[in-house]
Design a protein around this ligand. Sequence first.
Ligand code: ASC
Length: 128
Amino acid sequence: QFAKPEDAVKYRKASFTVMAAHFGRLGAMANGRMPYDAKAAAENADVALTMSKLPWAAFGEGTDKGDTRAKPEIWKESAKYKEAADKMQAEMGKLNVAAKAGNIDALKVAFGPAAASCKACHDNFRKD
Ligand code: ASC
């Protein structure tokens, strides 16, 4: 799937980076830092949801070192990691549904739990 472990690390970081950019725009709308735009919200939510599915295949053998903040717990507590990853994807799915409801209140309701699911994983599985 990846020619070298470094390629997998680069790939997963890229998918998180793209997800964060689009998730951040949803947050800006939800928190009033950016005008609410239903069409843009739906588009950003689609990208975020698609990206949320990608990083997990890139945590294979040999990808625990190099240019990464991934903690060893990802591999030592892999069931717990998978649970956190699944939770985030589920929240991103709910956020996607909310973004397509076409009203800012739905977006506001779904954004907090989605952000919390990002943070939960960072707290336990990412350095600094
Ligand atoms: C974001 C982003 C994250 C999460 C996290 C939530 O917008 O880039 O990693 O939200 O900060 O606490």
